[in-house]
Design a protein around this ligand. Structure first.
Ligand code: CMP
Length: 143
């Protein structure tokens, strides 16, 4: 079964959006298989955003993501990687479609509430970066 990594960023936590965001993925029908609440270390943040290392916003991005607690999650379901990206919306909340998390809840590209893996390879590496295998729960809801 496909899995993706999602993280509610410090702005989402501070604005009290954790319940709203988890509700969207639960009611959509995806299965939560990993969940932790942590203040990411500098090292974890730099590894997570390594692909953006050369970008001008990299230092600010790392500073922001380490500034407070985040909700790190692994969600499971058929097509969950692409579906979650659709539910999250475009990177810039100002242009993200209404109905998406960023489109409904944000206005600032540097404070865009939530991160979601963009492809199967990144999902695999991000899940491995944030979670140990034994922290993930193998279970199926009885629908
Ligand atoms: P995310 O999906 O977590 O992946 C990379 C992050 O970089 C992105 O969300 C934004 O929060 C951030 N980002 C992308 N472009 C910019 C930008 N122009 N200025 C500041 N932050 C950016």
């Amino acid at each position: 079964m496909e899995r993706t990594f999602l993280a509610i960023k410090p702005d989402g936590v501070q604005r009290g959006l954790v319940g709203e965001i988890i509700r969207r993925f639960e009611t959509k029908g995806f299965t939560l298989v990993g969940l932790k609440f942590l203040k990411p270390s500098q090292e974890l943040a730099e590894q997570h955003y390594a692909v953006h290392r050369q970008r001008p916003f990299f230092a600010g991005l790392v500073e922001f993501i380490t500034s407070g607690p985040v909700v790190a999650m692994v969600w499971e379901g058929d097509g969950v990687i692409a579906a979650a990206r659709k539910m999250i919306g475009a990177t810039n909340p100002l242009t993200a479609e209404p109905g998406t998390i960023r489109g409904d809840l944000g206005i600032n590209i540097g404070r865009n509430i939530i991160h979601g893996s963009d492809a199967p390879e990144t999902a695999k590496s991000e899940i491995g970066l944030w979670f140990k295998e034994e922290e993930l729960v193998n279970w199926q809801p009885h629908l």
